[in-house]
Structure formats: structure tokens, C-alpha cells
Design a protein around this ligand. Structure first.
Ligand SMILES: *Cc1c(COP(=O)(O)O)cnc(C)c1O
Length: 359
């Protein structure tokens, strides 16, 4: 494997209080950096002080948006070791995102190795309070100074780290969700199935509108018929209807979440019926009408499981499970976070340890 260079900082930063962490506000001392040029491929992998970048104003990313990212977490296990959750899936999805945006492929194994080395360097930044973690944000963007429209010949890959606080306080709390009826997130054949910066830019208008109406997040419907359920802002969605769990099948415009996949695996392991389906919002509301909509929850790295207490669509609001956390939602949350923290068995081999031996 390529040698990873290290450039030391003169002075380390002061670490924030665990209680004030929040999300995405603080960044650790170091970042991983690597550049691509069509003449020599990905080169110069290095761990360097976290610092501002210098870029040409003509860098292609500012004009044509070749920008992709990933999001995963490092957890401080109960035994003090640092653990990653299925990171190879994030590496694979990173390359899928590269492929869709004509960004050159990265060596997944090498990037995971680099990521572990960075985290090990920054081990003191992995918080250990309940529900806290070190958020890992790998991203790539085009840097070539050029104004013609075509895939760039130069890119930069960075991995930055941000200690993050508990998403919830003591307890999972149900959120209010607005089903978006005017705007759409992604079309089949587009880029909805990969993690591009542009997907988020396109979603902000609707998110702003939902927040103004008192909703936490949006539930997106399919872009063609405005009828079938796709996903929430940055989470996949699950419905428990009459004892069976369903989630929209991956149709090409839905982001294939690692958490989504893990929830499905877990339910199968527990022998709880689960299926990937094409489900309309009308069916969801009809199930509620019949008294069969038992639980609704979002699934994503940030919150793991986010119970939905209220859904609003077509000028109608429904309350789910009395606006309380469903039993199954809680059970999945406890199991997944238990595995992530090494409190529970990991029968799926999901955990990857960040140990000095690897470095
Ligand atoms: C990242 C993301 C998710 C969740 O994926 P995880 O791998 O579970 O974190 C869901 N939807 C969108 C649009 C996303 O960007």
C-alpha cells in the first residue's frame, strides 16, 4: 500500500465539552488528503493539519458540481476501543457515487486503511459520552481550473472528522414529517441513488418550507407520479403495518442507506416479516384509517432510528402510535446502538475495530 505522509501541527486545538458538541460544528486537528491528476492517478496520500484550502476560482466544482460525499461514525466502545460500523459499505457507495459523476474510482481498501490511520491519530477526539461519536466525512470534488463542461482531470479527496453529540437526549423522540407535494428530490435515471452535494442543494427549498410549517423533515414521493413513497431528507423510511415491516424498494432514485440495509438484516434475523415494496402514500394513509399503521420510523447514520409521530399529506395529519416510540423502533435502536458500542453481540460481523495494530 502507498505510504501515508504525516505533517504535524504546531499546536493542538482545545477540545470542546462533550455537552456542547451538537453536530458538525467542531473539527479535529488533522484531516486526510489525496489528489488526483489524469496523468498520475490518485497520489500523495497524507494526514495534514485541518486548515483552509486554496482553490482556483475556476475550479470546476464551483461551476459544474462534481462533488460527492460519505458519512459514517467512529464509536467509543464500552471497552474503550474505537469501532466503525460496516465502513466497507460506505467505501463501496463512495465509488458508486464517483462512477455516476464521472469521478475516477478510488482504492476502497486503501481509503479504509487511511481512514483508520486518521482516526487512530485522532483517537482522543472520539468522545465517550452516551450517544456521542466521531462523525467521519469523506468527500471528493473537482479542482481543475477550466470552464468547459466535461469531467475534470483533477480532483481532491479529503476526510474530515467532527465530534458529535447525542442526537437524542435521554429518549428517542418522535418527529413530525411533511409529505412534500410540490417539489421532488430525485428522478429515476438521475443521481438520487448516490451521495452528491447537488441532491442536498435541490432539497433545501422544500425543507425550508416544511420547517416554516413546524415539521422536522420531509417525506419525498416519486418524481413522476407524486404518489409512491421514496425517503426522508437524509434517512430511509420504514412502516410497520399489521405486524409486517415494509420499506420502499431501491428503484434507482432512493439512496441505499447502510442503516436501511442493517435494519432489514436485523428484522430477518429476528424472523420479523420485512419486505421491500412499492408503496404509495395513499396506502400508508389507508392503513392508518384501518388502524393498521403501527409504527413509522426513519433509518440513517445520524439518528440510527428516528420514530415518526405525525405525517401530514393532502391537508390531512395523522398521528402514529399516539406520538410515542414504537416497541419495534425502540428494539431496533437498542440493538443497533448496542452493537455499535460493543455492548451487544455482533452476529453479522458489522464492527471493524480501529486498533494500533492496523496502523
Ligand atoms: C446518507 C443518506 C441516507 C442514509 O444512509 P446511511 O448510510 O444509512 O447513513 C438516506 N437518504 C439520503 C438522501 C442520504 O443522503
Amino acid at each position: 500500500m502507498q505510504e501515508i505522509a504525516f505533517i504535524q501541527r504546531e499546536e493542538l486545538k482545545e477540545k470542546p465539552d462533550t455537552a456542547s458538541l451538537g453536530f458538525g460544528k467542531y473539527f479535529s486537528d488533522y484531516m486526510f488528503e489525496m489528489d488526483y491528476h489524469s496523468e498520475n492517478g490518485w497520489h500523495d496520500p497524507r494526514i495534514v493539519p485541518y486548515a483552509p484550502l486554496t482553490l482556483e476560482p475556476s475550479s470546476m466544482v464551483f461551476h459544474y458540481g462534481q462533488a460527492i460525499f460519505e458519512g459514517l461514525k467512529a464509536y467509543r466502545g464500552v471497552d474503550g476501543t474505537i469501532q466503525l460500523f460496516r465502513p466497507e459499505k460506505n467505501m463501496k457507495r463512495f465509488n458508486d457515487s464517483c462512477d455516476r459523476l464521472c469521478i475516477p474510482q478510488i482504492d476502497e481498501e486503501f481509503l479504509l486503511h487511511a481512514l483508520k490511520q486518521l482516526i487512530f491519530t485522532e483517537k482522543d477526539w472520539v468522545p465517550d459520552g452516551e450517544g456521542t461519536s466521531l462523525y467521519i466525512r469523506p468527500f471528493i470534488f473537482s479542482t481543475e481550473p477550466y470552464l468547459g463542461v466535461r469531467p475534470a482531470n483533477q480532483y481532491k479527496l479529503l476526510v474530515i472528522l467532527s465530534p458529535s453529540g447525542a442526537y437524542y437526549g435521554d429518549q428517542l423522540s418522535p418527529v413530525k414529517i411533511k409529505v412534500e407535494e410540490q417539489y421532488v428530490r430525485a428522478v429515476i435515471g438521475g443521481v438520487g441513488h448516490v451521495k452528491t452535494a447537488g441532491n442536498y442543494a435541490a432539497s433545501m427549498k422544500a425543507q425550508e418550507k416544511a420547517e416554516a410549517g413546524g415539521y422536522a423533515q420531509i417525506l419525498w414521493l416519486d418524481a413522476k407520479e407524486n404518489k409512491y413513497v421514496e425517503e426522508v431528507g437524509s434517512m430511509n423510511i420504514f412502516f410497520k403495518i399489521n405486524g409486517e415491516v415494509v420499506t420502499p424498494r431501491l428503484n434507482g432514485s432512493i439512496l441505499p442507506g447502510v442503516t436501511r440495509d442493517s435494519v432489514i438484516e436485523l428484522l430477518k434475523y429476528w424472523n420479523i416479516p420485512v419486505s421491500e415494496v412499492k408503496i404509495s402514500i395513499e396506502e400508508v394513509f389507508a392503513a392508518h384509517e384501518r388502524g393498521e399503521l403501527e409504527e413509522v420510523f426513519g433509518a440513517g447514520t445520524a439518528a440510527v432510528i428516528s420514530p415518526v409521530g405525525e405525517l401530514n399529506w393532502n391537508a390531512q395529519s395523522i398521528t402514529i402510535n399516539d406520538n410515542k416510540i414504537g416497541q419495534l423502533s425502540q428494539r431496533i435502536y437498542d440493538e443497533m446502538t448496542g452493537i455499535q458500542l460493543g455492548k451487544k453481540e455482533d452476529p453479522f460481523n458489522w464492527i471493524v475495530k480501529v486498533t494500533p495494530v492496523e496502523v
